[in-house]
Design a protein. Structure first.
Length: 132
């Protein structure tokens, strides 16, 4: 069915987004972290950025791709949904405390858009699962 193909495409797209961001931050954390507002980063800070923005995002991306390969789309959906809600929620709290700074409003819009996209995809897979 077409809706399931779209849902799978959504899951693959967001998973690959995590992989791409993970690679970017893993290979050159100083360059890409500057777009997030990080400046004058120490070696310790670069390690942390590689670990969180690089390593964790790579793990999330490859983890959800693995789940999709194993026909575990619902588990992959929850994994993506939980992390996106975490990113968006943390960013929203930060914006409420510190104000609209830099690109963070745009990042929030992206995270919320992806959250709704993955929630829709989860709904499609849940309907299929209920019919089985």
């Amino acid at each position: 069915p077409m809706k399931l193909r779209i849902a799978r495409f959504n899951l693959l797209g967001v998973s690959l987004l995590y992989v791409v961001f993970g690679i970017m931050f893993f290979l050159d954390p100083a360059k890409f972290a500057s777009g997030l507002g990080y400046t004058n980063i120490t070696a310790e800070g670069l390690i942390e950025i590689r670990a969180i923005y690089g390593g964790m995002e790579l793990a999330l991306g490859f983890g959800t791709l693995f789940l999709l390969k194993k026909n575990q789309a619902i588990a992959a959906s929850y994994m993506l949904l939980i992390t996106l809600i975490g990113f968006a929620g943390g960013r929203l709290v930060g914006i409420m405390i510190d104000g609209f700074l830099g690109n963070h409003l745009w990042f929030l819009i992206l995270e919320l858009s992806l959250t709704f996209t993955i929630a829709w995809s989860l709904k499609q897979y849940s309907k299929k699962d209920a019919q089985s």
